[in-house]
Design a binder for this molecule. Structure first.
Ligand code: AMP
Ligand code: GLY
Length: 431
């Protein structure tokens, strides 16, 4: 098999790394990739614009690509998978209609409402005045969401009415461009968050391991929201009943994708973002792709051949999807650039990755890195590296990850020192 992976983050490095282990894979291409993806056996980075479906298709034809794996949401929402499929290329990732489950909060909420999927109560608005009236009637705390894609910045969990009103006005004043021209207002839910990523094909869902992300920038869940500062899997604070309910909800969602009126022919990853509320698990959001950094702890625990799984998903062969998981614990700590998620400098030389990766159970996935003109590995983004460690226990995985983080250096290295700490204290830590 020749496989083309679209994307350039830690998620795409982890996917490329996992595909590289498959004996069925001959060549891997990553467009555009990063400083880590080109180090994966059989892989090379290629300068193809992943948003340009024609360019991707031309490359796929020229290099006899059997499968295209779409990493991020933007090309999915833009319909890149549709064009490739229409031309007869197998694709892992939903068509543009299925990607609306992530690309439009209003679509996603309507999908949940139509299929009795437990989620926060909501209302949607196309103008500021009725939205403000509704917010005042409901009171704080309340959640304001720009409808469209806003790079994770379009959600405000407002503790006061003033913050909620400001968030509504910001959306309609164009803070998120077209993405904010429609606003979803939601009931504020409470409880720990947990992600359950599932392979979905032909209306069937195949759950992967659960994972828990840390979205805030600083220790103690303080500071601004980020793309994710660290993650672990499995999630010890989830009860058996909660896990069963999350699996049931994902099964129901997958079945609904295949039915009218939705009829989405969804083939890829459906990411369920859950909140474990006192009334049971509720969906916070769906994503139409693998999570970043969730993938970096989920795929190292997958014992099955990812290339075979992805091909079966892409071809709609649900009966051929078989997943086997290791019992290992995985912890990922993100090393970020100073200033992230705000502005940051690039081009800082990175040292110590080889020493870190030589530790037992440690793998370093690259996110924002590149090789400069002098052949040095340098920082090239906000989230720079994902340091992942496997262990027989949660503590062992965590200690190894932090030991590895200590061996890696670049100017302005920023990390959270408490990834997994709350979960180690138990469910009571969320009370
Ligand atoms: P989303 O982009 O929809 O995942 O929202 C980003 C983050 O905002 C989530 O991970 C939650 O931490 C928080 N959030 C979103 N919706 C709600 C809600 N209804 N209640 C409480 N927190 C929420
Ligand atoms: N880590 C959160 C996401 O991928 O959406």
């Amino acid at each position: 098999m020749n496989i083309l992976v679209l994307g350039s983050g830690g998620r795409e490095h982890a996917i490329t790394w996992a595909l590289g282990k498959s004996p069925r894979v001959d060549a891997l291409y990553v467009a555009p990739g990063n400083g880590g993806t080109e180090g994966v056996a059989k892989a090379r980075n290629v300068a193809v614009d992943m948003m340009d479906a024609e360019a991707v298709l031309a490359f796929a034809r020229e290099h006899a690509v059997d499968l295209v794996v779409v990493g991020p949401e933007a090309p999915l929402v833009a319909g890149v998978a549709d064009e490739l499929r229409a031309a007869g290329v197998a694709v892992f990732g939903p068509n543009a209609d299925g990607a609306q489950l992530e690309g439009s909060k209003a679509y996603s909420k309507a999908f949940m409402a139509a299929n009795d999927i437990p989620t926060a109560a909501y209302a949607q608005f196309d103008a500021a005045e009725p939205a403000l009236a509704y917010v005042r009637e409901q009171g704080a705390p309340i959640v304001i969401k720009a409808d469209g894609l806003a790079a994770g910045k379009g959600v405000v969990v407002a503790e006061t009415l003033a913050d909620a009103e400001e968030a509504v006005r910001a959306c309609f004043d164009g803070a998120f461009g077209e993405a904010g021209s429609r606003v979803v207002v939601e009931e504020c839910m409470t409880g720990p968050e947990c992600s359950l990523l599932c392979f979905v094909t032909n209306g069937k869902s195949f759950p992967m391991a659960p994972a828990q992300d840390h979205k805030r920038a600083y220790d103690g869940d303080k500071g601004p929201n980020t793309g994710g500062m660290g993650v672990y899997s499995p999630v010890p604070i989830v009860t058996g009943d909660e896990m069963a309910e999350m699996v049931r909800i994902m099964d129901a969602a997958a079945a609904a994708t295949a039915r009218e009126p939705f009829g989405l022919d969804y083939r890829g990853t459906l990411y369920g973002g859950f909140m474990l509320t006192p009334k049971g698990p509720r969906v916070v959001e769906f994503n139409a792709r693998f999570g970043d950094p969730e993938t970096q702890v989920v795929l190292p625990r997958l014992k099955s051949d990812l290339a075979e799984v992805m091909m079966a998903v892409a071809e709609g062969r649900a009966a051929d999807v078989e997943l086997e998981w290791s019992d290992a614990w995985a912890v990922c700590v993100v090393l970020a650039s100073e200033g992230y998620p705000g502005s940051y400098e690039k081009g800082k030389v990175i040292l110590g990755i080889e020493e870190a990766a030589a530790l037992d159970g440690v793998t370093v996935f690259h996110a924002g890195t590149k090789t400069n003109a002098d052949g040095e590995l340098v920082t090239n983004g906000g989230r720079v590296l994902n340091v992942v460690a496997l262990g027989e226990t949660f503590e062992e995985a965590r200690d190894r990850a932090y030991e590895a983080c200590g061996l890696i250096n670049f100017e302005g290295k920023q990390l959270r020192s408490d990834i997994g700490a709350k979960a180690l204290r138990g469910r009571g830590a969320w009370e």
